[in-house]
Write a protein that binds this ligand. Structure first.
Ligand code: PEP
Length: 256
């Protein structure tokens, strides 16, 4: 039985101290007592400390949207994973398509970051997914297989079991176009089968695979009802506590 996980990725859309206080002070009482779903909020770096003050004794965990793979040094503009740990960050999103496409992060770089996160017990949420042109050209599976091979290169089964995968078709991110539950489930099954071949069935069955791409309260339940979809990574709908709460409730309902 895999526990669903809902991650709210605020991107660079929210994160002033007032916005952080407003959103999280509203969310904390809404989700109080929910222990069937892991809840993670990934704020911009500048809001992490404020967010931690509000959520530290609650069932909401803190996530970062990125990190570098070195602890210290001359890396202007980068963020040390150790700094993140020290301020209460538990999860880190790695390889988001915006990092890959806009900031040209390669699978090799993401693999290095992933190994670093694992080595200091930050829980990685690793994003993979295809562009619209790749889907239309029938290359979705090929892309996913490539990303899995490269991003998860040289990891042990034990390491793999600590990772959360977010399948995010890039054409569905921030576009309002959600993959149908059937389209998403097809890829989730494909990912699980690949993990089973690459590692083993027990490992593949234990790994949580989130769906991401325009999840809203209206479509969340149908997605989460699919057997291989273990919650979601949510962008736009995570900016307001009411919509994120509805999505968390949908995940809670999917296991009952
Ligand atoms: C995301 O940022 O990972 C995402 C899925 O965004 P949205 O929900 O806005 O499509």
């Amino acid at each position: 039985m895999r526990k669903p996980i809902i991650g709210g990725n605020w991107k660079m859309n929210r994160g002033t101290p007032n916005e952080t206080i407003e959103m999280l002070e509203s969310l904390v009482p809404q989700v109080e007592g929910i222990d069937t779903v892991d809840i993670v909020i990934a704020t911009p770096f500048t809001a992490l400390t404020k967010a931690y003050e509000i959520i530290k004794d609650t069932n909401i965990k803190l996530g970062a949207q990125n990190m570098y793979f070195e602890d210290k040094g001359a890396f202007t503009g980068e963020i040390s994973p150790q700094f993140l740990k020290e301020i209460g960050v538990e999860y880190v999103i790695l390889g988001h398509s915006e990092r890959r496409d806009i900031f040209k992060e390669s699978d090799t770089l993401i693999n290095k970051k992933l190994k670093k996160a694992l080595s200091i017990s930050l829980k990685p949420i690793v994003c993979i997914g295809e562009h619209l042109e790749e889907r239309e050209a029938g290359k979705t599976m090929h892309k996913i297989e490539y990303q899995i091979n490269e991003t998860f290169k040289d990891l042990s089964k034990e390491e793999m079991r600590k990772i959360i995968i977010a399948y995010e078709p890039i054409w569905a991110i921030g576009t309002g176009k959600t993959a149908t539950p059937e389209q998403a489930e097809e890829i989730h099954i494909f990912i699980r089968n690949l993990l089973s071949q690459k590692f083993d069935k027990e490992t593949a069955d234990s790994i949580r695979i989130q769906y991401g791409g325009s999840i809203k309260p209206i479509n969340a339940e149908d997605l989460f009802n699919k057997k291989n979809i273990d919650g979601g990574l949510v962008g736009g709908a995570s900016l307001q506590s009411d919509s994120l709460f509805q999505i968390i409730l949908a995940a809670d309902k999917s296991i009952k």
